[in-house]
Design a protein around this ligand. Structure first.
Ligand SMILES: Cc1cc2nc3c(=O)[nH]c(=O)nc-3n(C[C@H](O)[C@H](O)[C@H](O)COP(=O)(O)OP(=O)(O)OC[C@H]3O[C@@H](n4cnc5c(N)ncnc54)[C@H](O)[C@@H]3O)c2cc1C
Length: 342
């Protein structure tokens, strides 16, 4: 019998595998496709706080996660010698109406109180029109100094290097029993503790909620990488109405993402992504004429209450789950605790 079997080599599975190893456990990771084959390999990599007003425990937890992430990543980079591309680049939020300006200006005071000096929220009267289109920001923009970005694929590669040679690919989970996982082809692995970290796939292994609804579902997102003229280093992220423009350094920008409840294939892209690119181009003139170099899609793990789902399986013994990252999994993964699993 194995000590711990983690199923899924996304950001949740790899993070927990590393933490469990550090706690002295022997860990095997079973993955259907390859490291980062799911939502975690998003080209966006935005690490953005919730709005600073109406503060609540969920916002506080995310604030603490954003605050602790740089030290965590520095330690991972030191250990592996690999870059995660973390940068506190900030985020511009264009103000399209007088009302939006009033709402966001009130939030400046909330940010002083709730972000506790970690970063400012401030109004920019005239953002650089070569980066944020003047027509998109008739009332200027807000600059959120707490927002950051990360190279999600670099982050995954560093975690994979840290956990070492414990990932077995080509292992497609079919069914779970008490302390036992059954994979396609019939292979069975027994373990003292099994961690179900298969992202959006995890919900099908969970009992229905009291309401009779599934515990969660996949929500598809599409994103693209564009090649532009000039270096985007030092530029802030732009965010407006569900559309992100994320500078990725030399001549590279990521845009996204769609939010789709109904879909046939999680990894296919379509005209909804073209529309997203058009929205992004209307926000950021630097994208005019840009070449699309990657089209990407995956399903986000969205729990019914949109929260993280980390803890023991309600029915199966020796099985724990770690999913529900939804739109902030990259920001939150490092806060998952081994002690929360049991
Ligand atoms: C378009 C898009 C943009 C996003 N942008 C951001 C962002 O900017 N910032 C942010 O913080 N978050 C973002 N997210 C959300 C983030 O990607 C997720 O919250 C996070 O990646 C979830 O991690 P996970 O490890 O739970 O799942 P996944 O990364 O999906 O990992 C699950 C792993 O399990 C494997 N697997 C699945 N089924 C099986 C099976 N049956 N057997 C074995 N293995 C299996 C998969 O191949 C995969 O490797 C985005 C998501 C999408 C789709």
């Amino acid at each position: 019998m194995e000590d711990v079997l983690v199923i899924g080599a996304g950001i949740f599975g790899l993070t927990l595998a590393r933490k469990l190893q550090r706690a002295g456990r022997r860990v095997v990771v079973a993955e259907a496709r390859s490291v980062g084959a799911g939502a975690s390999a998003t080209p966006l990599g935005v690490l953005a706080p919730h709005a600073p007003d109406n503060w609540n425990p969920k916002k506080e937890a995310q604030f603490q996660a954003l605050a602790s992430l740089p030290d965590y990543l520095a330690e991972l980079e030191d250990e592996t010698g690999m870059a995660t591309g973390y940068a506190r680049c900030g985020r511009l939020i264009p103000l399209a109406t007088e009302n939006q300006r009033a709402v966001w200006e009130r939030r400046i005071v909330d940010a002083v109180e709730n972000w506790r000096g970690k970063a400012v929220l401030e109004r920019v009267e005239r953002p650089d029109p070569t980066w944020l289109a003047a027509e998109a920001a008739p009332f200027g923009a807000m600059f959120c100094g707490l927002s950051a970005k990360i190279d999600a694929r670099g982050y995954l590669a560093a975690l994979a290097a840290s956990v070492g040679d414990v990932v077995r690919v080509g292992m497609v989970l079919e069914r779970l029993e008490d302390r036992r996982a059954i994979f396609a082809g019939g292979e069975r692995i027994e373990a003292e503790r099994i961690i179900l970290a298969t992202g959006a796939d995890a919900f099908r292994h969970l009992p229905l909620a009291e309401s009779g609804e599934p515990a969660g579902r996949g929500e598809k997102g599409q994103a693209a990488v564009l090649e532009i003229e000039g270096d985007t280093g030092g530029r802030p992220i732009i965010f407006h109405d569900g559309t992100y423009v994320v500078p990725r350094g030399a001549q590279s920008v990521a845009v996204g993402a769609t939010s789709e409840r109904y879909f046939e294939r999680a990894d296919a892209t379509d005209a909804q992504l073209d529309e997203k690119i058009s929205w992004a181009t209307a926000l950021c003139p630097a994208l005019f004429g840009a070449r699309v170099v990657e089209r990407w899609a995956a399903a986000r793990p969205r729990a019914a209450d949109r929260g993280l789902m980390v803890g023991p399986h309600l029915v199966l013994n020796g099985v724990s789950l770690a999913t529900g990252g939804f739109k902030t999994g990259l920001a939150m993964a490092h806060t998952l605790g081994v002690e929360d699993l049991e």
